[in-house]
Structures are given as C-alpha cells and as structure tokens.
Design a protein around this ligand. Structure first.
Ligand SMILES: C[S@@+](CC[C@H](N)C(=O)[O-])C[C@H]1O[C@@H](n2cnc3c(N)ncnc32)[C@H](O)[C@@H]1O
Length: 220
C-alpha cells in the first residue's frame, strides 16, 4: 500500500460494542492488580526524575510512535516538557531527522498499561494528555484491547487536566466518549479541523482523504 492509499477501517460492529458498559463498569469498580513490569518501572523511574525536577507544564503524548507529534507539540509549547511514550523500540529509537528538532521533549519506551498507573501514583502534573491514533482493534471480540476497554482505563482518565484523542475511526472515539460518560466525564467529538498533520498516521489518513476525528475532554 502506498502513501495516500490507506484503507478505511472495516469492523463487524454496527455501533458501540454491546459489552462496553459492562466492561467499563467492571474496570471502574475493581482494582487493577497486574504487577508492573520491571522494564516499564525502570523506564518510568528515569523519566520521573526529569518530570519531578521540571518547573513547568508537563504534556504527555501517549502512543507517540516515532515521536513526530511529541516534537511538534514541544516546539509549540516551549515552556513545557513533553513526554512521548511508546512500547515499540523500533519506532521510539528511530532517528527521524525532521524539522521539529527541539530540546524540551523526551521519548520513553514503555508499556502504557503499566506506565499510566505509575503516572497516577506519582501524581504527575500533566496539563494535557494526547492519545493520537491508537491502534483501533476493529473486531468486536478485541474490544478489551481498545484503551477504553482495558483495565487501565480508570487510570487513563486521571491523567491530565485535559485529554485529546484522535482517530480515523469515529466509532472508537464514540466508545471512548461513552466510557468516559460512565465515569461522569463530558467530552466533545468533532471533525479534525484542517491543518498540518501532527503525526505520520494522521498525514497518511489525510492524504487518503479519510475524515479524522478529535475527542476532547476537560478532566479536572
Ligand atoms: C497506530 S500507531 C500511531 C502512532 C502515532 N501516534 C501516529 O499517529 O503516527 C499506535 C502506536 O501505539 C503504540 N502502542 C500500542 N499499545 C501500546 C502500549 N500498551 N504501550 C505503549 N505504546 C503502545 C504502538 O507501538 C504504535 O506506535
């Protein structure tokens, strides 16, 4: 498949997953006990020192891939420290020589299922939390692999004063919105306004003339 030829999401769901409310309510009312992996604990400890020693706003760019969005957001927010997190070593360590080379960002290789819990535990003062183009897992049976269906969802919604998700699959964001509503958080789902793409996936979808969507919420 070439750039500009990205296929739209195909799913066997015709609306919000029928099990979503049960799954989310269960996660909101039970403790997530899975132990934190040693690797993510170590990666967190390193970046935690930076964050705790920083005197300014923290922005978290979850699932940052090659970190393009992390750098762009850092450039747009010179007073902030922007932390990009991705579990893929291949993506996070790729040496991308783009035009957004700045100093005020840091990329971390870690599993967010563990990392989010540490962010909440250590009370990071996150101003804004981005989750840009999360893996969609479009088959109904994979709903628990979507962030709103995961056991870490109750932690995700404690990170940041505001949260923004983007996707080319509206239903993913409708589900995330429904999950947040179960936790009494209001959110707004809009077409992504025209502008420079923040991430490689966004660039790919826009070049394929796919509509992208943004879900935003004020959390605290
Ligand atoms: C579809 S890509 C989007 C990357 C980037 N945000 C973009 O728009 O170009 C989704 C990213 O989420 C990352 N990811 C998926 N599950 C993760 C997890 N549990 N912890 C950290 N990163 C994860 C993947 O490695 C991948 O880079």
């Amino acid at each position: 498949m070439s750039f500009g030829d990205s296929k739209a999401i195909i799913t066997n769901q015709d609306g919000i997953n029928e099990n979503l409310a049960d799954i989310v309510n269960k996660h909101l009312t039970t403790e997530f006990k899975k132990p934190i992996s040693t690797h993510t604990q170590q990666a967190f400890d390193q970046v935690n020192e930076l964050v705790q020693g920083f005197n300014g706003p923290i922005i978290l760019d979850s699932c940052c891939g090659v970190g393009q969005s992390t750098r762009i957001i850092a450039k747009q927010n010179p007073d902030a420290l922007v932390i990009g997190v991705d579990k893929s070593d291949n993506r996070i360590t790729r040496n991308v020589d783009d035009q957004w080379q700045v100093e005020n960002y840091h990329l971390v290789r870690a599993d967010l299922n563990d990392f989010y819990r540490l962010v909440v535990q250590e009370n990071w003062p996150v101003e804004k939390h981005y989750i840009l183009y999360p893996n969609p897992w479009p088959k109904a049976k994979h709903v628990k692999r979507r962030w709103h269906g995961s056991a870490v969802f109750p932690y995700i919604i404690q990170v940041g004063k505001t949260i923004e998700l983007r996707s080319n699959w509206r239903l993913y964001l409708e589900e995330f919105q429904a999950a947040m509503a179960l936790a009494n958080i209001d959110s707004q789902l809009n077409e992504l306004p025209a502008g420079e793409p923040l991430t490689p996936f966004e660039a790919k979808y826009l070049a394929s003339e796919q509509q992208c969507w943004a879900l935003t919420a004020k959390i605290s």
